[in-house]
Design a protein around this ligand. Structure first.
Ligand code: 5GP
Ligand code: ZN
Length: 110
């Protein structure tokens, strides 16, 4: 298995888990870009959001919303990001949603 996030799901690479269920795993980003920076991934491999069915994308979004509450971000706000493809800045080719919060975000993104 040469997918980094599939190896994290399999437990071959350690991660700082914050949530797990039958379908979804969430863990802290190794290089956080905000005080809270969590990656939410489906346990089934999809290269990007372009390949994933709506229920998978929905589970990631619902998990992000729950974690925004449990991480104390919901009131002040947060950002959800799904980098897609090379120009979208996707470096790991396993669909993932970033949940970022705990500071004011800038717009436009770089
Ligand atoms: P992308 O740039 O593809 O949207 O996001 C990939 C994210 O994965 C980056 O924010 C990067 O810091 C994170 N990342 C890369 N390798 C690891 C790792 O081994 N463990 C964790 N927890 N995060 C990782
Ligand atoms: Zn994978």
């Amino acid at each position: 298995m040469n997918c980094l996030f599939c190896r994290i799901i399999a437990g071959e690479i350690p991660s700082s888990k914050v949530y797990e269920d039958e379908y979804v795993l969430a863990f802290r980003d190794i290089d956080p870009q905000a005080p809270t920076h969590i990656l939410i991934i489906p346990k089934t491999h999809y290269d990007s959001v372009m390949d994933a069915p709506p229920e998978v994308v929905g589970r990631l979004t619902e998990t992000a919303k729950k974690l925004a509450v449990s991480e104390g971000l919901a009131e002040k706000g947060f950002r959800i990001v799904v980098n897609t493809g090379d120009e979208g800045g996707q470096s790991v080719k396993h669909l993932h949603m970033h949940l970022l919060g705990g500071r004011s975000m800038q717009w436009p993104p770089g």
